[in-house]
Design a binder for this molecule. Structure first.
Ligand code: NAP
Length: 284
């Protein structure tokens, strides 16, 4: 069973990106810049945001964290986003979710300009993406496509099943696989006999958000399994995914581990997206 090592792929993506960033700086006279807005004091979110800043710096990009207090009003948040939309020194904007309960994610997803949306998840960005004219592609599904490409796994003409239909993972994943000429089935919590549908697939992307949900009997022999899930309730409190990976040895062809699979690619793709947006804005 081949382990699709997202950590290694992410490292490679970052070193290619560092060269691109240096080239950008030479031509444009500044580095691509990501602004990250965080509201409130959720400890985990602050760690994620600091990691994103560090990741930017690791490839030579700059990043600024705009930390707003929990009591921030919707109007203040909207004003901050509008200012970033028009600030010519900002290439990418990311608003860290979840927001405090009194603030609306919906408003944010309507407001961030698609040509600065580093996550590729605002309503306008998704519209362009599904119409086949993306500014950038949503990070996690695009990260999965990069893993497949890295390992020379072609999906053309093959049966793919995506489990989960969120705007963040499932739907854009199904779209990218369709664009890569796979024949795609998108499953969700109302799918009848999920296991029999999944067993038909050559490639399965599992993004149901249910810890250790699918195992050996759910997959066809020699399937390729991409586990997007991320949970803190594995054996001994360890990080685990949506798949019981330990059951798959000798059965599936390849699998992404958790941790070290899709996760590192999400952040690497965020950096790639920021650089791409900067290049587009600079007319490169
Ligand atoms: P989400 O918004 O909760 O969506 C989960 C999807 O799974 C929904 O479409 C839901 O169906 C479907 N589902 C739930 N139970 C199911 C079942 N029993 N059978 C079939 N489908 C079922 O989650 P998400 O944001 O897409 O994230 C999914 C997982 O990926 C989470 O564990 C999350 O932490 C992880 N994630 C990881 C990364 C990363 O970088 N590795 C990035 C993003 C997300 P309905 O639509 O019918 O409710």
């Amino acid at each position: 069973m081949l382990i699709l090592n997202g950590k290694d792929v992410a490292k490679e993506v970052r070193s290619t990106l560092a060269l691109r960033v240096a080239e950008f700086a030479k031509k444009v006279g500044r580095t691509p810049h990501l602004s990250v807005v965080i509201v409130g004091d959720d400890a985990a979110s602050h760690i994620y945001v600091r990691n994103k800043k560090k990741a930017c710096e690791s490839v030579g990009m700059t990043s600024q964290i705009i930390a707003m207090p929990t009591k921030t009003t919707q109007q203040e948040l909207n004003k901050q986003i509008a200012a970033l939309n028009t600030d010519s020194s900002v290439d990418g904007i990311l608003v860290q979710f979840p927001l405090p309960a009194h603030l609306s994610a919906d408003e944010v997803l309507k407001l961030v300009a698609p040509d600065k949306d580093a996550d590729g998840l605002t309503y306008a960005s998704l519209g362009y993406f599904f119409a086949g004219k993306p500014f950038v592609k949503p990070c996690t599904p695009e990260g999965v496509m990069t893993i497949l490409k890295h390992y020379g796994i072609s999906v053309e003409g093959r049966r793919a099943v995506v489990v989960g239909r969120s705007n963040i993972v499932g739907k854009p994943m199904a779209h990218l696989l369709t664009e890569a000429n796979a024949t795609v089935t998108l499953c969700h919590s109302k799918t009848n006999d999920l296991s029999s549908v999944v067993r038909e697939a050559d490639l399965v992307v599992v993004a149901a958000g249910k810890a250790r949900f699918l195992g050996r009997n759910d997959f066809k022999k020699d399937a390729i399994v991409i586990d997007v899930g991320m949970h803190h309730d594995g054996p001994n409190g360890k990080l685990c995914g949506d798949v019981r990976t330990e059951e798959l040895e000798g059965w599936v062809q390849a699998v992404t581990p958790v941790p070290g699979g899709v996760g590192p690619m999400t952040i690497a793709t965020l950096l790639q997206n920021t650089c791409l947006l900067a290049e587009k804005r600079a007319g490169l």
